[in-house]
Design a protein around this ligand. Structure first.
Ligand code: ZN
Length: 444
């Protein structure tokens, strides 16, 4: 099918979020993708004849979904540490700062070894793609060449990705895992320059101070300038754990809050995503809203490291952009389905403590994992839902695959099927994954 630029046409059930609605389930819709991987039409199935005339395709070329299948947008992991995938599922017995010193920094320091990096980075990109993560915002390590390699691997497998070479010039506990301030600045420049020079269609650099504790004031200022001069994304961590918040207060006595540390160094912009935010005050959330900065909610990690419970409802009430993150490996699961479930669980746990609070619905969590995540990464002009003009980033979900963890019963309509998938499904049900119109799972 090549006439009129139509590459593929699908007909069946679709589920996505829109600006006005957390979940829209469309039981008989028809969607067209062009040669550039963009959605060129998305309309009710009854319009198929006129669409075929308008776009010049044969209705016999339409690919029909089975009744137990649907398309949903690819999921957006707004916070994941690729190097930590090497030990995901283990090392969950210490609080954040000890966990970093004892488990994380020693492992991350090994990524100077590009063979080790190739192995882990290939596995994490493949694993997240299989689990439906079409866009990932990655932390790498302080090593520029290994970070560039992560970008190359994401490009090779067709994942949309923001890649951050980690910046840290303070580390008293594991002193071999840090850079000198000047070196860190120069290497960040080199990383950005070299990654942009590759001209990857879907892979971009993100300025990545690890967090306020690991960075001198001078480094933070320099990173703020680098982000501004190159109009780049910024990612870091904020207010994850009480001990960390206290430590930041001592390190930056001139700042009025943790948020103020990033504001003062030019790091809180409308292209910033901060992970966690469990202990952000209402005043800080108002600053996030004013700046257009976003929060990545990483509920598995917050519970696994006994960090805290983010009140997602309060973040949403402050009109702060909110998405979900796996935070591998503080979060033990690389699956965004897990992040959806833990976000709802966390919200319900908070409701046990406060009966006035409105829990997150599965529909809202679905939105956070798709359109919400794309807003967090300022990529909502090209991904996040099935709006015409966006890239076709999509998961084809089949509930009835062999060995499916889901059973269907008479009367299970598409909305029920979606809810069952979000709560009970896994990568076996994600039979095809598309990024910018290109099929990336199964792997070619
Ligand atoms: Zn993290």
């Amino acid at each position: 099918m090549s006439s009129g630029g139509v590459a593929r046409v699908y007909r069946g059930a679709f589920a996505h979020s829109t600006r006005d609605s957390a979940l829209r389930v469309l039981t008989d819709f028809v969607l067209g993708v062009n040669e550039q991987g963009k959605i060129i039409f998305f309309e009710d199935g009854q319009n198929v004849e006129s669409l075929s005339h308008q776009w010049g395709f044969e209705t016999s070329d339409i690919e029909w979904l089975e009744p137990h299948e649907f398309f949903m947008p690819g999921m957006v992991d707004t916070h994941i540490h690729a190097p930590q995938y090497a030990y995901s599922g283990t090392h969950l017995d210490l609080p954040l700062l000890d966990w970093l010193n004892i488990y994380t920094f020693p492992v991350e320091s090994r990524y100077e070894d590009l063979d080790f990096a190739t192995d882990v980075y290939t596995k994490v990109v493949k694993r997240t793609l299989c689990n439906g993560t079409t866009t990932a915002c990655y932390f790498a390590t302080i090593h520029t060449d290994a970070s560039l390699l992560l970008g190359q691997i994401a490009d090779d497998f067709g994942q949309r990705a923001l890649i951050g070479k980690v910046c840290m010039d303070c580390n008293s506990m594991v002193p071999n895992y840090k850079e000198q301030t000047e070196e860190c600045k120069d290497e960040t420049d080199r990383f950005i320059h070299e990654l942009l020079k590759k001209k990857y269609a879907l892979v971009k650099p993100v300025v990545t101070p690890r967090f306020a504790i690991s960075c001198s004031s001078s480094l933070l200022s320099n990173l703020g300038k680098i982000a501004k001069n190159n109009d780049l994304h910024i990612q870091s961590h904020i207010s994850e754990n009480k001990e960390e918040v206290q430590f930041v207060k001592e390190l930056f006595p001139d700042c009025t809050s943790y948020t103020d540390v990033y504001v003062k160094h030019g790091l809180l912009t409308n292209k910033t995503v901060m992970a966690h935010g469990c202990y952000l005050t209402d005043e800080e959330l108002m600053i996030f809203h004013e700046k257009g900065a976003a929060v990545s909610h990483c509920p598995n990690s917050n519970i696994s490291l006994i960090s805290g419970l983010l009140n997602a409802r309060n973040v949403l009430n402050h009109k702060v952009k909110l998405g979900l993150g796996t935070d591998v490996a503080g979060g033990y699961s690389p699956s965004m389905l897990d992040a959806i479930r833990r976000a709802v669980d966390t919200s319900k746990a908070l409701c046990i403590q406060d009966a006035e609070l409105q829990p997150l619905s599965y529909k809202e969590a679905f939105r956070l994992a798709t359109l919400g995540g794309s807003e967090v990464l300022s990529l909502d002009d090209c991904t996040g839902n099935f709006e015409v003009g966006k890239d076709f980033d999509a998961l084809r979900v089949n509930i009835c695959v062999p060995g499916s963890p889901i059973d269907l019963f008479p009367g299970d309509d598409p909305e029920v099927i979606l809810e069952k998938f979000l709560n009970l499904g896994d990568d076996r049900n994600i039979v095809e994954v598309y990024v910018a119109g290109k099929q990336v799972v199964p792997f070619s």
